[in-house]
Design a protein around this ligand. Structure first.
Ligand code: GUN
Ligand code: FE
Length: 448
């Protein structure tokens, strides 16, 4: 090979995730933002503009989270020890109502910085009702692959005036955002319509969201069956189960990703599987909000595609895909015994399966020539990754976000040697300190 490349990742333990159980020792060569070649053994006669010496470290597809709320970042560590509906009404909604445009951007920068430093290269993100341009602007500047949407809320108990929307205006705002941002940054950004959940949207708004998304070919995301009180309340108000209700308003299908699914029965799982609806499992948030344990092995047996997500920083309190993988890999042993989850399946839920959920499987989620060069290099010499063993076992049971050395999106090194290259970290820290304090002060006046 005498070709020249933009990036050369040398001598890694490469885990392509095209097939569970496969890995090789070799190099990844990148040109024009895409993977050009993966070599078994070291490439020779190669010239590259940039070289990352992997030195036996683990080279993975960029990790994917199918449910986060970066806009909630400034509320982290200020909304603890509450169940979902109290957490929403007394913390998260007052906080979101108190956010100004600059705060939205600062919160998004904190969220994206943490995600990238922790090896997450793609997210499906949930906004608040307003100023959602600022989330996309931060994602554009910081280089992450991001599908996102403003949330929709036109009904419900305990919603602050500042978040309660007019139904038509809410839909028109989303359409304007989607027209502007879907496909922006060379296709790295996308729009995903985000009705909050059954309890904060009228039926008309839910149906409008489904119609809007399908008219444009945008994905849909929402929350479903996270908490027992929420499920009982949906049942009482709608006269049917939550999943049945979502189905009746058009919020099921292969273009829909529902976060949680903690309280599902067999009929719910059959409906989700039959419609191709995806679930994002958020074990960290489910534990923190005392919501319960989603029965992921049962979902997988039913044929539902499952991804992973950290959910919001105030209900987790970290945005680490490694934390979610470790939980997903162990939590289900309680119900199903020690073989409940194969670590390769867990790693697939953070890569290949997640890409399929987000309709990005021809772009990211595996390492293959022609796909975008979205990659993570994890330190194989970190103490909890030793001694050498099956890489999925090491990653799922041993690795943490702090073990990520390099994060690459479309061939661009966004994190090098665990340092963000795309933004001034000290400036982000300063901004979130100021913005966070002011928002939380204003938020106090809005707590019912
Ligand atoms: N359900 C409706 N909104 C939210 C939210 O912001 N976070 C979580 N975890 N669940 C929700
Ligand atoms: Fe959420």
């Amino acid at each position: 090979m005498s070709d020249s490349y933009d990036l050369w990742i040398r001598n890694g333990t490469v885990i392509p995730m095209t097939r569970n159980g496969d890995w090789l020792t070799g190099d990844v060569l990148v040109r024009d933002g895409r993977i050009a070649t993966i070599t078994r053994g070291s490439a020779t006669g190669v010239r590259a503009r940039e070289v990352l010496e992997a030195d036996g470290n683990l080279v993975l597809p960029g990790l994917i989270q199918c449910h986060v709320h970066v806009v909630q970042s400034l509320l982290r560590h200020h909304a603890d020890n509450l169940e979902l509906l109290d957490w929403l009404r007394t913390r998260t909604w007052p906080y979101e109502a108190a956010l100004a445009g600059d705060d939205v951007e600062a919160a998004a920068q904190l969220g994206f910085a943490e995600l990238l430093a922790g090896g997450t290269t793609t997210v499906l993100d949930f906004g608040t009702t307003h100023d959602h341009d600022r989330v996309f602007a931060a994602a554009e500047a910081m280089g992450i692959r991001c599908l996102s949407g403003k949330t929709h809320m036109d009904a419900g108990d305990g919603v602050p005036q500042g978040l309660l929307e007019d139904t038509d205006r809410s839909l028109a705002d989303a359409e304007e955002l989607g027209r502007k941002w879907h496909g922006a940054a060379g296709g790295r950004l996308g729009y995903a319509v985000a009705p909050r959940f059954a309890l904060s949207c009228s039926r008309e708004l839910m149906e409008g969201c489904a119609e809007l998304a399908r008219r444009h070919g945008w994905l849909l995301q929402s929350h479903a069956s996270e908490n027992r009180t929420e499920v009982a309340e949906v049942d009482r108000r709608m006269g049917m189960g939550n999943i049945q209700y979502l189905h009746s308003v058009g919020l099921t299908g292969p273009d829909v990703i529902l976060a949680h699914g903690v309280h599902l029965d067999g009929a719910d799982r059959r409906l989700l599987a039959a419609t191709g609806t995806g679930i994002c499992h958020c074990p960290g948030a489910n534990l923190k909000l005392a919501s319960g344990v989603a029965d992921v092995p049962a979902m997988l047996r039913s044929g539902i595609t499952v991804g992973l997500g950290a959910d919001g920083p105030p209900c987790n309190n970290r945005l680490s895909i490694f934390h979610e993988m470790a939980l997903a890999g162990t939590l289900h042993n309680l119900r199903h015994g020690p073989k409940a989850m194969d670590p390769w399946k867990v790693l697939a839920m953070a890569t290949r399966d997640a890409a399929r959920l987000l309709h990005l499987e021809t772009i990211t989620g595996t390492l293959q020539p022609g796909l975008a060069a979205d990659m993570v290099v994890v330190d194989a010499t970190a103490w909890p990754l030793l001694p050498e063993a099956d890489p999925a076992v090491r990653i799922v049971y041993g690795a943490s976000a702090g073990h990520v050395l390099h994060t690459v999106v479309e061939g661009r090194i966004l994190v090098r040697d665990a340092r963000l290259t795309v933004a001034d970290s000290a400036e982000i820290v300063r901004r979130i300190g100021e913005a966070g304090e002011a928002v939380r002060r204003r938020m106090k006046e809005l707590i019912p």
